[in-house]
Design a protein around this ligand. Sequence first.
Ligand code: ACO
Length: 322
Amino acid sequence: MIHTRISGTGSYLPGEPVSNAALIAAHGLDSSGEWIVERTGIRSRHLAAEGIACSDLALEASRRALDAAGRKPADVDLIIVATSTPDFVFPSAAALLQHKLGITNGAPAFDVQAVCSGFVYALTIAEKFIASGSHKCALVVGAEVFSRILDWKDRGTCVLFGDGAGAVVLEASDTPGLLASAFHADGSHHGILSVPGQICGGVATGDPFLRMDGQAVFKFAVKVLADVANEVLAAAGMTAAQVDWLIPHQANVRILQATAKKLHIPPEKCIVTVDRHGNTSAASIPLALDDAVRGGKIQRGQHLLLEGVGGGFTWGATLLRF
Ligand code: ACO
């Protein structure tokens, strides 16, 4: 049997942290740092400068992940980028990343669009390619420039998000790494979180900004995150008590705390970066993973539970031995 394991992690955040006060001042928002911290836990985020695209962030994160794995770009035979904010309508951010990394071996490259669950989706897809024996070394990336789809006049959404990228190298292995994965979608909830616009005839039509019913998202997120975590724990024959680190999508510190509580996982075992990163959508899980690996919290051999939920709605989880 072919197993898969993460052999290296990397991440990249553009520019300097932007505090709540600086964001409020820059956009003239009727808000306060206290409101944002109390309702979301967010204190700062990073925002990409004009001209910096999704694939630029993905490139830096990928280089760091490859270094950590001891791999060269030429070793990569599959590239998947999870993003909802790619450089172009097409080609994919993954194809651009392949080019920027100098990979010329014809490795397939494609994007996955599952919003904030995108990284878990991409990891699950890559695992299936490797487990089938068709590929051996995948670069799996979450990269976003959500600042480009925010309505800076909507204080209820623009304070929540940030830009960044995280990446892992996923390789075939003799010993188990990824233990169980699950991913789901229910498009009937599309109305509570969406960017309901498109490019048509050379102009943006509809509404090209992120729109959200925050309270509906909150309730939905806590329910499905707990359900899908229990689903992968059951599939692997494990209990929540055996999880060393819970690494949820970093949407809001209250969602993280509520999910950990529902799973009976102590808050100190939950990796939290939303305070410094904001919600970076598909990038948030690999960013949090790399932050905790490089910060010395996560050690080889520990059990990690990654889980995400996002617009669609989509949701998923992966349980792994790091
Ligand atoms: N500053 C000050 N006041 C604000 C702000 C702001 N930035 N944003 C909203 N308000 C106001 C509202 O206008 C409202 O005012 P009103 O009472 O006069 O009408 C008041 O604050 C309360 O608004 P609510 O929306 O009820 O506030 P709530 O406590 O629900 O917090 C929040 C809003 C933070 C969005 C919350 O609903 C939430 O976290 N939801 C989850 C959504 C989320 O995390 N989305 C991320 C994307 S989805 C994902 O990643 C899965």
